[in-house]
Design a protein around this ligand. Sequence first.
Ligand code: SF4
Ligand code: F3S
Length: 113
Amino acid sequence: MTYVVTDNCIKCRFTDCVEVCPVDCFYEGENMLVIHPDECIDCGVCVPECPADAIFPDTDPTVGADWLRLNHDYADKWPNITRKKPPLPDADQLNGTPDKLRFFSPEPGEGDA
Ligand code: SF4
Ligand code: F3S
């Protein structure tokens, strides 16, 4: 099992989650974060920190295999992030918008740099 970041992180990217992760397993894309499934220790402490309620265990029935694959694929490509930064500009307005996968960017973020 692992936890995964899902749809509602896209274009919000609040980053509260990274501050509490004991193993620093969040990776930053241009408009969302992902969790590295091989590094997550399933502690669950990031879940209540996310203002967008975007983090779920991969065993949750609402989380499809595609989200696990996306987290795995992009955790290998994007830089590590361990420090909170300001959310994306429209984060509050877009929090809760349905079907945000259409906005997904495969480009990397800046990480802690
Ligand atoms: Fe990190 Fe724990 Fe969240 Fe996994 S469940 S990403 S180890 S805080
Ligand atoms: Fe995304 Fe929530 Fe973290 S919006 S960046 S998973 S705090």
